[in-house]
Design a protein around this ligand. Structure first.
Ligand code: NAP
Length: 261
């Protein structure tokens, strides 16, 4: 069996760096035409040029996924150029860490709007397009933080990611009969510049100690799971989230697994 997204047209949000860049690279390596989305044009163009220079097909579209008109315009532009949209992979997100008593309502709202409200804004314009195609894959980057485990200082983030896991279930029921599946990947700790600036090198080493595989993940690890969920072969999977975390959420206590040290 070959799992493939060859010749699929895929939007990846948050593809100017980090996990989104990893997903975009894996998608392009697998033969998809990738539309990379972010606000910062310079960073997005760098990723797109690098993908195209290594034989992939990618282009950049600037959009702020908090804005309804920018989300619908994004889908319209893709349909106008490619005539179809096979995969909407909404990965962009923010994770401001602040204690609740210090967190402003603006930060709370921005986190919910960026991470959760955008799922609705990006799904909505895909529905008529994918319904007409009788196929489509709507994918989100969720997190283990919120749905599976908790961290102080990440209340808004946790609520947004828990919301994504609830959203995919209802959305999948609305779209299942049309050949459209809605799923998420819930990453554990993945090495990105943003994560490293949150934890620092020493903090990252401490976290790696409680991951059964003994390491933090690579951005491509999320990309491979997205390829599977985005493929035709995953047509019977919907409303689910796949945890990709090196086994981090499994142990009952930190000493209940053997580490490779
Ligand atoms: P990152 O390196 O900071 O990348 C975030 C991406 O999202 C950037 O491309 C950023 O580009 C884009 N973005 C942010 N706000 C946006 C907006 N309003 N409109 C359009 N694009 C926007 O973060 P990351 O670590 O790769 O995380 C990516 C996703 O994975 C997030 O959803 C995060 O919650 C999730 N996640 C990460 C980890 C981890 O360990 N890294 C673990 C679990 C879940 P611009 O700033 O240029 O717009």
């Amino acid at each position: 069996m070959t799992i493939t997204i060859k010749n699929k047209v895929a939007i990846v949000t948050g593809a100017s760096r980090g996990i989104g860049e990893g997903i975009a690279r894996v998608f392009a390596n697998e033969g998809a035409s990738v539309i990379c989305v972010a606000r910062s044009k310079d960073d997005g163009i760098k990723v797109v040029n690098s993908i195209n220079n290594s034989g992939g097909k990618a282009e950049f579209i600037k959009a702020d996924i908090r804005e309804e008109n920018e989300c619908s315009e994004l889908v319209n532009r893709v349909i106008k150029k490619y005539g179809r949209l096979d995969i909407m992979c909404h990965n962009a997100g923010i994770y401001p860490d602040e204690l609740m008593e210090e967190m402003s309502v603006e930060i709370w709202d921005d986190t919910i709007n960026t991470n959760l409200r955008s799922c609705f804004l990006l799904t909505k314009p895909c529905i008529s397009v994918m319904r007409a195609q009788k196929s489509g894959r709507i994918l989100f980057t969720s997190s283990i933080t919120g749905p599976n485990v908790a961290q102080a200082r990440l209340a808004a983030y946790s609520a947004s990611k828990g919301g994504i896991n609830a959203f995919i279930k209802a959305a999948s029921l609305e779209l299942a009969k049309d050949g459209i599946t809605v799923n998420a990947v819930s990453p554990g700790n993945i090495v990105t510049d943003s994560l490293m600036s949150l934890y620092g090198e020493d903090g990252a080493k401490e976290i790696a100690k409680v991951v059964p595989t003994g390491n933090l993940g690579d951005t491509e690890d999320i990309g491979y799971a997205m390829v599977f969920l985005g493929s035709d072969q995953a047509k019977f999977i919907t409303g689910q989230s796949i945890v990709v975390d090196g086994g981090q959420i499994l142990p009952e206590d930190p000493d209940s697994f053997l580490r490779n040290e």
